[in-house]
Design a protein around this ligand. Structure first.
Ligand SMILES: [Fe+2]
Ligand SMILES: [Fe+2]
Length: 141
């Protein structure tokens, strides 16, 4: 499974696209690092610390963006984000408790990597389509 950002993942906003790219890049790095033999706990910790704040920042920014563009389904989208927020918290606590990169390898790929790709493809594309349509009608009316 590829965790690469590709242009078809674009949500039509430069800032959000940059955030998605960076998120996938860091998750990729995390997967790579955790899959190395004798992976470095400190390096993993560093990536996770970065992800902690970057993920929080992105989700909040995106919710704000959807509200700003009057996306009608923002609350449902926020519920999905909240679900991820608590799953991520659990994932982090597990790492803090066991501090083991081995335990993290599969979780990093399955949970973090797949969640982000799926979410961008399935959910983020919904506000992308709505906003694109909406702005078009605005211009023509
Ligand atoms: Fe997003
Ligand atoms: Fe989202």
């Amino acid at each position: 499974m590829s965790l690469e950002w590709t242009p078809d993942l674009s949500v039509g906003d430069e800032t959000l696209d940059e955030q998605h790219k960076r998120l996938l890049k860091e998750v990729n790095l995390l997967v790579e690092v955790t899959e190395q033999k004798g992976a470095n706990d400190e390096l993993v910790e560093g990536i996770l610390k970065f992800l902690d704040s970057y993920i929080a920042e992105h989700l909040t920014y995106e919710e704000h963006y959807m509200r700003e563009h009057d996306y009608p389904d923002v609350e449902r989208h926020k519920v999905i984000h909240d679900g991820f927020r608590s799953a991520y918290k659990e994932f982090r606590e597990r790492f803090d408790k066991h501090g083991s990169v081995v335990a993290l390898t599969k979780a990093a790929r399955d949970f973090l990597g797949e969640w982000w790709i799926d979410h961008i493809v399935m959910e983020d594309q919904k506000y992308h389509r709505y906003i694109e349509e909406h702005e078009k009608t605005k211009v023509h009316s």
